[in-house]
Design a protein around this ligand. Structure first.
Ligand code: SF4
Length: 932
């Protein structure tokens, strides 16, 4: 219900319960405030928002005054201006800027100047606190500028859920303090910078841009790291990215960002950037190289030379050996438009379905499993929906606060502020466990047994949703029969989870409705990855949690655009929009859209066939055996990120011809014959699709550096050259390659991809929030999937049996290795290791080991360890911690070479999704004596 009031004589309508401050701001009437922020709880301490109200004897704080029918408010009167000036002068009395900054750069100084407030003379004043009072690598602390508005304290608690900041002392000695007078990092700061974003005075500032003045321009874009898809403003000064600032209207994240999004931008200008094409000397000279022989030196060259070399070689291989001898890696870091072009290049120009990308290594089992259960392989609900509406949140195999940090913080707030119950099932005591009502610690690789065991109890107790099962599913009888043997006793033996905990967990999941399941690679990266996903689909159908707010299946996609790369058909078995290559109608549709003709006017395909192509790992193997003669890699780094990296390197060393399109000379560049310099996300336009199927704009903030080019232009240029070499003419309505902007590619995507049919640049620019499917230009998008009906009609139960992991510990290799990422780095680390702030916080590989195992190996915290598997070795620093259970160690792959955990991992594959089993292999550990 709304009330009508006037503010400065203007009639406005505002909802009952709203404050006058919010009502004024929402109606474009600025009222100054320092302690208040729309995203934080009100404290009403600064009183700067004082207003006059007819009938009130004194001024009142607008942040504490609720709107009322007929109320007449005045926000700017001489009396109020005098009050605000006085308040600001009192605040200035405790404010001291050693640099003497009076420009309206901060919110505080803006109001000081606006009301003409004057503080005590700066001359001779001394700082009360150390000016750079905390050694934090990315945040600069100067408490002399603190006015005790406590926004930082509330931001840390209410946005990040970390509670680093507090207030110590009383009266004039009151001051904000990290932890109990410790440093921020010691107080478990996660460096998200929320305190900086909310601070109105610059007492907390970004170390790198502190005192740097106002940026020339702000460009709103989407983060290049994880699948949460946060938006923020890139600050551009003198054509350089100089910082990231929160954009309060960012649809997913508001003011919030994680450490990578806020501080991991400076790789853009790193000296290692590839700025000119490079070709190996022998390639330039037209000389052959023996398989496995050294590739020789690089020579920088021009674009025409490099592209002609690539085009001629690929066309020659196609002529001599067919398209089956060519392979392409698309990239989940690149835009939808670029991924669309990569798969079009593969299928139309080169005639092969050998097109894949790193989804194969992270969520291929999700795509396959959910398509089998429901007909659609994506997150069913949105992050905000889960955080706001789920009664119970079942987090299994997702280290959410480190891998999807902004969503992880939303989950913390769901538990902290509205009492949602979080149940964590994870072999590690991940950080979210601190906020969980229950943590069950299953043995790695036993998820099918665990979920079957929980469902056994649910069915046994009659807690399942019979109405949902009957009305909306099929295959229940066979599935239920399988559950019979998964008794709590048997499941306890397999999983290591005590039977009482299984009962407790089953009851929590079943009794709290709606319940949302969240997972990531702890579920998918197994030889049973698809079975794990099917089991979670079974669970949600059994409990009737599909197609409702606060429920659903919610796989968190890793890379910024891995969802989009899948949607675009950068997969061996799907055209764009998950149209199967085995479906003759789909093949006909694309053959028509992309039709080619010879010079004589004869039809010339494309006809890449009805057999899915080779996956990422299969292409690497095939390149090693010679079955694949040329490999084009866009923005991926398989020597670091693929399992069993020694094997990957051997295969690439033998590969006949490798083209790498990259921003840095990554480890994989050592095995390339041609290097094509692409650009970072800050240098191009396009779209990313986040984990919740939300399509968002990426905007060019600066021109491409050096001679680097946006990847979509490189791919299109190559395609035109190769069609010309083959004397082929594009004749189909979507067959051409003359794109002036990425938005023309997006238009083509919409024309051939049913889920994107209503997506356009103009709608996105206009601010439409579009979650696919977007069926036409007027369709509002679909935030929640499967309401009333599944994509495939009825949901299908699958009977799943527990199967052990491929390689379990034994006498020779007695420990179980599981792998993952850490908060401060991203994937192979090519970007984060080139962001000095991130590297300063997490400078080297750490491997977690339980104190019991550490003691057995005579290892102490910080010791250097050698870890060996049957495939290789790595060296790492020991982090002795109870986060891992006895018998389990945990490592990451952010540091290449000797420090890479993928030297150890096994390339055993899930038989359906062909995803490798990164999460389980057997290793042994020994201490390395370090010479002093
Ligand atoms: Fe970027 Fe993900 Fe961090 Fe958001 S949570 S800022 S998308 S890395």
């Amino acid at each position: 219900m709304n009330v009508t009031l006037t503010i400065n004589g203007t009639r406005i309508s505002a909802p009952v319960g709203q404050t006058v401050l919010d009502a004024a701001n929402e109606n474009g009437i600025p009222v100054p405030s320092l302690c208040h922020h729309k995203d934080l709880s009100p404290v009403g301490s600064c009183r700067l928002c004082m207003v006059e109200v007819d009938g009130f004897r004194t001024e009142v704080a607008a942040c504490a005054l609720k709107v009322a029918e007929g109320m007449a408010v005045h926000t700017e009167t001489p009396r109020i201006a005098a009050t605000r000036k006085l308040i600001l002068e009192m605040l200035l009395a405790r404010y001291h800027d050693a640099a003497g900054g009076a420009a309206p750069k901060t919110e505080f100084m803006y109001w000081v100047n606006h009301y003409g407030a004057r503080g005590p003379a700066e001359a001779g004043r001394k700082a009360s606190y150390e000016i750079d009072g905390d050694p934090h690598p990315v945040i600069r602390v100067d408490l002399n500028k603190c006015i005790l508005c406590t926004r930082c304290v509330r931001a840390c608690a209410e946005v990040q859920g970390r509670f680093v900041w507090g207030v110590a002392g009383r009266g004039e000695h009151a001051h904000v303090v990290a932890g109990t007078n410790s440093t921020m990092l010691d107080a478990r700061c996660e460096s998200c910078g929320a305190c900086v974003a909310f601070c109105p005075t610059g007492a907390l500032d970004n170390r790198k841009s502190a005192g740097g003045g106002k940026a020339d321009r702000l460009v709103t874009t989407t983060c290049a790291y994880c699948g949460v898809g946060c938006n923020f403003d890139l600050n551009v000064t003198n054509e350089k990215i100089t910082g990231v600032t929160s954009n309060p209207y960012a649809p997913v994240n508001g003011m919030h960002l994680c450490v990578k999004g806020r501080y991991g931008y400076d790789f853009v200008h790193h000296a290692d950037r590839l700025l000119k094409p490079r070709v190996r000397r022998h390639v330039l000279d037209g000389l052959a190289r023996k398989p496995g022989a050294d590739r020789g030196p690089w020579v920088e060259t021009d674009w025409d030379t490099a592209l002609d070399i690539v085009a001629r070689k690929l066309v020659a291989v196609k002529r001599e050996s067919s398209g089956a001898a060519l392979g392409l890696f698309a990239s989940a870091k690149c835009t939808n438009e670029e991924n669309y072009l990569m798969q079009k290049l593969a299928r139309q120009v080169l005639g092969t379905h050998n097109i894949d990308h790193c989804a194969r290594l992270c969520h291929a089992s999700t795509v396959a499993g959910l398509a089998m259960c429901f007909g659609s392989g994506a997150m069913s609900n949105t992050m905000r929906d889960v955080a706001d509406n789920a009664e119970v949140i079942f987090v299994i195999g997702s280290n959410t606060t480190e891998q999807h940090p902004v969503f992880g913080s939303m989950l913390r707030q769901a538990a902290h502020r509205r009492g949602a119950k979080i149940v964590v099932a994870d072999p590690r005591a991940i950080e979210l466990v601190e906020f969980a009502a229950l943590h069950i610690r299953q043995n790695p690789g036993t998820d099918v047994a665990l979920i079957n065991g929980l469902m056994h109890i649910i069915v046994d107790k009659g807690w399942h949703d019979r109405t949902f099962v009957e009305a909306r599913t099929e295959g229940y009888a066979e599935f239920a029969a399988t559950l019979a043997s998964y008794t709590p006793q048997r499941v306890a033996e397999i999983t290591g989870v005590p039977a009482e905990q299984l009962h407790q967990c089953a009851e929590m999941l079943a009794r709290g409705k709606p319940m949302a399941v969240i997972w990531a690679m702890g579920i998918t990266q197994h030889t049973t990855g698809v079975l794990n996903v099917l089991s979670l689909g079974n669970l949600q159908m059994l409990l009737g949690n599909m197609g409702i707010p606060g429920g659903g299946v919610n796989p968190l996609r890793g890379q910024n655009n891995v969802q989009g790369a899948c949607d675009m058909g950068a997969l061996v078995n799907f055209f764009p929009g998950y149209q199967s290559v085995t479906d003759s109608a789909a093949r006909t549709r694309f053959a028509t859209a992309w039709a080619l003709q010879t010079e004589d006017g004869d039809a010339a395909g494309p006809a890449p066939g009805d057999k899915p192509g080779l996956t990422v790992t299969e292409m690497i193997d095939a390149a090693g055996t010679g079955k694949l003669r040329a490999l084009c890699i866009l923005g991926e780094n398989p020597t670091t990120t693929d399992p069993d990296s020694n094997h990957v390197k051997e295969c690439l060393a033998r590969a006949e011809f490798v083209v790498l399109q990259e921003i840095f000379p990554s480890d994989t560049a050592d095995y390339a014959d041609v290097l094509l310099p692409g650009v970072t996300w800050a240098e191009k336009d396009g779209t990313f699709t986040n984990t919740e199927r939300r399509i968002q704009l990426v905007r060019e903030a600066i021109e491409p550096l050096g001679e680097s080019r946006p990847d979509w232009t490189i791919v299109a240029d190559l395609a035109r050259r190769m069609l010309a070499l083959q004397k082929l003419k594009p004749v189909g309505p979507r067959a051409g390659w003359e794109y002036a902007t990425p938005w023309q590619i997006l238009e083509e995507v919409a024309a051939v991809t049913p889920q994107y049919a209503g997506v356009s640049h103009s709608r996105l620019e206009h601010g439409d929030q579009l979650h696919w499917p977007v069926k036409d230009a007027n369709h509002p998008g679909t935030p929640i999937l499967h309401i009333g009906q599944f994509t495939r009609g009825k949901g299908k139960f699958y009977a799943c049996e527990h199967l052990p992991a491929q390689e379990l510990p034994d006498r020779a290799y007695p420990l179980l290795l599981t792998t993952g990422r850490v908060l401060y780095h991203w994937h192979g680390g090519e970007m984060t290791r080139r962001s000095p702030g991130l590297l300063a916080i997490y400078p080297r590989t750490l491997v977690e080991i339980n104190p019991e195992d550490a003691a057995t190996c005579d290892i102490v915290n910080g010791a250097t360890m050698r870890i060996a598997s049957r495939r290789g070795e790595m060296i790492a620093e020991a982090l002795v911690t109870e986060r891992v259970a006895p018998g389990v160690i945990f490592g990451n792959f952010h540091f290449p070479g000797d420090n890479n955990v993928n030297n150890l991992t096994i390339a055993a594959l899930d038989p359906v999704a062909k995803i490798p089993e990164y999460k389980v292999c057997a290793v042994r550990v020994e201490k390395v004596a370090v010479a002093h």
